[in-house]
Design a protein around this ligand. Sequence first.
Ligand code: CA
Length: 224
Amino acid sequence: MRVLLVEDEPELGATVVARLSAAGFVVDHFTCLGDAIEAVLSAQYRAVLLDRRLPDGDGLSLIAVLKTRPSPPPVLILTALDDVPDRVAGLDAGAEDYLIKPFAFEELLARLRVLLRRNDVGAHVPLITIGRLAYDLAAREPIIDGHSLALPRRELAILDALMRRAGRVVMRENLEANVYGFDDDISSNALEAHISRLRKRLADAQAGVILHGVRGVGYMLRAA
Ligand code: CA
């Protein structure tokens, strides 16, 4: 699940990236408006975490650009501007939520989950099941026989993409977009390595699924 963070305070930015990555998100982090605009024009994000006071302008300008995109992601504004007119301006501009700095990371994560759940097209069917493997879309949690299956974050990102398109082939490029941020170094066989570890983990857990490779195209997950 790929999210965009636009934040120019180095320490806060680095902390949020580290914590979100640990929580299983792929995070693209930019420190100015110009780079963030370029990013939203070329990548699809599930959510945007947006600071307002940026070196080259008000973060709210990004929202106007997002609105021109197909299925614009929800925006959570992170800012120290806490008086009422500023909050209203943010929400008027189309932001879905507002978090005042300083904030506890747990609160950021909780708000982010609410946004994702609210905007998830699959929100009415939060659980997808293939074989013995169930997947909670909102919580991004694989479950086998009622027990959560712990996965490293890249494998979880791959499984997330495959479960969301259960029974259909997910193109290799789409998987890579889901798994890697702009800053990651992708070696040509890195995806295959993650896929093969995920395949083994699913087999070991007796998930009852087959992670099937379609040569030159991508991968799909189906019941065994
Ligand atoms: Ca700032």
